[in-house]
Design a protein around this ligand. Structure first.
Ligand SMILES: [Zn+2]
Ligand SMILES: [Zn+2]
Length: 175
């Protein structure tokens, strides 16, 4: 959703509360595209600080389907985070690319709520995603999801570090 910020300037020293919906269905993250399974409307308060400066204060809550680090099955991750940003509209007046990069969610006097949420989401992504603590992952030879099926691959020889340890064990037995 787009919020037209011009109306804020007739409210010097005042604030306005918005509850915009998150409209995007997919989050294009740095490590891939994640489907947004569920999203609550953003609670967003915008304060007019005067001098073309606005303060944004909000709360977002959404569920992202992120692939499990081991088996790649999508795992629902419920994320909720606060948004606190100051926007200086006198900077976006300048057609300076560097300034535009800093506030990609503001274009002219329009605030792009999806873009604002994306901007904050990057800082709130989980470091590790597992469908369960004992996820068996996928066979790195045939790609079978080992949580659902077994395969006939000799996985013992896949990891060269394991092979070395097995050799040591064999030698130990022979002695
Ligand atoms: Zn998994
Ligand atoms: Zn296999």
């Amino acid at each position: 959703m787009q919020i037209n910020l011009t109306e804020l300037f007739t409210l010097e020293g005042k604030e306005k509360t918005y509850t915009p919906d998150i409209e995007m269905k997919t989050y294009h993250g740095p490590n891939g595209d994640y489907e947004i399974a569920d999203a609550r409307p953003v609670e967003l308060r915008i304060y007019n600080l005067g001098g073309k400066k606005l303060e944004l204060e909000g709360k977002a809550e959404l569920t992202l389907l992120i692939p499990c680090d081991r088996c790649l099955e999508p795992v629902p991750n419920k994320l909720s985070f606060d948004i606190i940003r100051t926007v200086d509209l006198s900077e976006t007046d300048k057609k300076d690319e560097e300034d535009l990069d800093e506030q990609p969610f503001v274009s002219g006097y329009c605030l792009d709520v999806d873009q604002l949420v994306c901007d904050e989401l990057i800082l709130n992504l989980p470091m590790k995603v597992l469908c369960s603590e004992d996820c068996k992952g996928i066979c790195n030879r045939c790609g079978t999801n080992l949580n659902h099926e077994t395969c006939d691959c000799d996985v013992r020889s896949v990891d060269p570090r394991m092979a070395v340890i097995q050799d040591i064990f064999k030698q130990f037995k022979e002695v």
